[in-house]
Design a protein around this ligand. Structure first.
Ligand code: NAD
Length: 418
């Protein structure tokens, strides 16, 4: 049988997404003939027009360059797949409304591409997948008589900083045969030097455990925050005590609303994989998801929220991002709507018609909750005369009348200045 000829190097399936698009850009910018395939036609139009559909450091310039030099083409049909040697799948892999992994997304995507799959292609799974998915896909292809190698190389970049991190992070590398592993290595070796070789299921678990680990760390510190602030203590001062010149605590994160499109769902995938015996993961979810109501409870102790107009600063799931997916700011808004006279929300990046400008929130709100620690809030002058609930310690505090001694913490940072 003659080897098929491919006139394109790589197709990114789901290439209009938050991690797919930066990866497509870096491929095209390295000289590979790159095709984006994405079902979202609106995004496809936008990308073709040289506009990034979301905030991504340094990406717009690269996008314009690779469109102009013809290295990148952007499609909302599956036709170009048959012309590509490497297929990189990086579609969303959500959990369902019961927090169980949904297996259908990858299967649906694969079925849609099926008629264009050809012997000699390599399929690299880059989405975060339920353990065993790569093996299942590999069997599906083999059972259909397709000679397509399957690799599993999970993406680990931090959304918003992908172009930089692609080059800095080691690449997890796994496949079911040496030829496929070499093909995947050949792709990633264009951007990165370090590889960690493992078996496909090890790579799947490694990625899920990385996210679950971070989620549990955030939950731990959030629980400490709740313990301390429940009895009126200044958690910042405790955190400073834990970390200062004490290397064993150097990695301790600060408290904050921990959610977003990956951490919760990946922790829940691991929960499902363990047949719901992943106690730490489920406990972490209870703590992190409970933080918004704890913040409201702290405010309730200081003031009658029912009489107040309340402002939420930041709706994105993390700082300097425009992504509101699974942001706990929206949960906070929902809960506050039951308590307060009115809730005003603002965010400098998130595109949501229900949001209002920062100036309006600062002028009208009697109480402020910081939900996302965007830089612009760190740069505000100290807020006077309002109840402030700031779990991130992001806002500047008004100068205290008399600085309290370190050994006698008497003020709560989250209720500074009513
Ligand atoms: N967002 C992150 O920070 C991050 C980091 C590392 C890994 N991941 C993982 O990467 C994967 C993608 O995440 P994301 O945040 O980029 O999601 P996303 O929703 O931003 O992007 C997914 C893209 O896939 C497209 N798509 C969906 N179904 C498709 C199909 N059948 N065919 C073609 N295109 C399809 C969507 O239109 C979308 O543009 C997930 O598994 C996620 O867990 C995400």
């Amino acid at each position: 049988m003659t080897e098929p000829r491919f006139d394109q190097d790589v197709c990114i399936i789901g290439g209009g997404g938050h991690v797919g698009l930066p990866f497509a850009l870096i491929c095209a910018d390295s000289g590979l003939r790159t095709v984006i395939y994405d079902v979202d036609s609106r995004k496809v139009q936008q990308i073709r027009a040289g506009e990034m559909p979301f905030v991504e450091e340094g990406a717009e310039e690269v996008l314009r360059r690779v469109l102009a030099n013809g290295r990148l083409t952007v499609e909302d049909t599956t036709d170009p797949i048959r012309r590509c040697r490497l297929l990189v799948m990086i579609i969303g892999t959500p959990v369902d409304e019961h927090l169980n992994p949904s297996f259908s997304a990858i299967d649906r995507a694969l079925r849609a591409c099926w008629q264009h799959l050809r012997d000699g292609q390599t399929l690299i799974l880059r989405s975060t997948v339920f353990p065993g998915t790569s093996q299942r896909i590999q069997r599906m292809l083999a059972d259909a008589g397709l000679r397509i190698g399957v690799a599993c190389c999970p993406e680990r970049v931090a959304q918003g900083y992908s172009l930089r991190e692609f080059r800095e992070l080691p690449q997890l590398l796994s496949a079911f045969d040496a030829e496929t592993r070499d093909a995947a290595r050949g792709l990633f070796a264009r951007f990165t030097r370090d590889f960690v070789e493992m078996e496909p299921m090890e790579a799947e678990l490694c990625k899920l455990m990385t996210n679950a680990w971070r989620y549990i760390q955030f939950a731990t510190v959030n629980q400490f925050y709740m313990l301390a602030t429940s009895c009126g203590l200044d958690f910042d001062r405790i955190l400073q005590g834990c970390r200062f010149n004490y290397p064993r605590m150097a990695g301790m994160p600060g408290p904050g609303l921990a959610a977003g499109p990956c951490l919760v769902k990946d922790t829940m995938q691991l929960g499902a994989f363990s047949h719901n015996h992943f106690m730490l993961g489920h406990s972490a979810m209870l703590v992190n998801e409970g933080l918004p109501s704890h913040l409201i409870e702290l405010a309730r102790r200081e003031a009658d929220l029912g009489r107040m107009k309340v402002g939420i600063l930041g709706m994105a799931f993390k700082a300097e991002s425009d992504d509101p997916r699974d942001s706990l700011a929206y949960k906070l808004r929902k809960l506050l709507a039951l308590e307060a006279r009115e809730v005003l929300c603002t965010d400098p990046y998130v595109c949501d018609p229900s949001l209002v400008p920062l100036e309006q929130v600062l002028a009208e709100a009697d109480a402020l909750f910081v939900a996302t620690p965007h830089r612009v809030y760190r740069e505000l002058p100290p807020i006077e005369g309002k109840l402030v609930i700031d779990v991130w310690s992001c806002l500047r505090r008004p100068a205290p009348a008399a600085a309290p001694a370190v050994s006698e913490p008497t003020t709560s940072p989250v209720t500074a200045g009513t």
